[in-house]
Write a protein that binds this ligand. Sequence first.
Ligand code: ZN
Length: 426
Amino acid sequence: MRTPWDSFQRETLDHLRALVRLDTTNPPGNERIAADYLGAALGRESIECVTIEPQPTRASIVARLAGRDRTRPPLMLSSHTDVVPVEASRWTREPFGAEVAQGCVWGRGAIDMKSKSAMDLCLALAIKRAGALPECDLIIAAVADEEAGSELGARYLAEHHPELIRAGHVLNETGGFTLHLGERRFYPIQVAEKGFVTVKMTVTGAPGHGSMPRADTAIAWMADLIGRITRTPMPRRLTPLMRRTLADLGIPPDKAPPLFRPMLSNTVSPTIVRAGYKDNVIPGEACVILDGRTLPGADERSFLLELREIVGPEPLLEVVKTAPPVEASHDTALFDLIKSRTEAADPGARAIPWMLPGATDSKFYAQLGATCYGFAPVRLDPRMPFGSLYHGNDERMPIDGFLWGLRLYADVVLDFLGLRMEDVFA
Ligand SMILES: [Zn+2]
């Protein structure tokens, strides 16, 4: 049975609101409630799915619709079901209320990224209901723990159950939203993301009594180093992707606005500082956690060399955790399809390849060989910039923009699967 488009829209919005109402704040996560919810919806349509729960309550769910040609690599639609914490006192509405007001669904996860979990779910349901047969397998993954490093979600699946999620192409988060630059509109499509190198930097100095000040303490040295790190940019390097992105935008690299600067060099941010244990003792040691981010083409070694240039040879540097940058080619049929359909859906706008300065689950899918794009389309008003909604207070999804994105997303996914909109929707 084909789903009428109107009821498909209502169904997707209802699932979005129901998912927002499930509090999956990470930590602690508790993503099982979302996995159970999605599993029940898939089960009602007899779609088989597997739940993977590496620790109690930390569940991910993976469903699969068989395609006509099972030798063709699958398309995977992926989302994470955990959300970042809220400061409820700073919200004007209930963060897990999924209220509809002022044309938006309000709540944590409405943008990042239960909206895409709902779209992925409903597309699979509609395809199954219509009895349509995709060209290749379609995988739906809704995973735990993305917001805390993916250890119990995508990373766990990639290491322990790669057969469940190995795909030719993956559509994941952070791309397809409207970026307003002056009068012009762009749709960044994420094709690359930076890697990270988290470093613990330790220095030692003379300990002593707090009543006897001195300049050669660990804290004084650390303060000086942190000042240097925050004031000294790492060397600029224009990757071929960023050269193209800036050219598409008509921005000369040396005039790139602050939004783009993290994409033009490795970066480092001090995030946790520790020193001292008693108010009248000058501690002999101070340490800081440095959140380093690496451009495609860089690695741990080259990043540490750049860091040494700033901090000098003495501080002890220990790598705490690391993950490589990834970049997919944008010279593919899927990228061309995304680009042409997005530009047709918003005449006058341009879709451009994009690099995310942060990290997503795409890292782990790419390690299994997938070409990953960030494409979770939503049309945004200039008064509602993506950056302020993402992890922000009063996170909310404009319903008009969501339904616009839903149509575009369905159009792209079905076309890639060799199906027409009219095969699935009435
Ligand atoms: Zn996210």
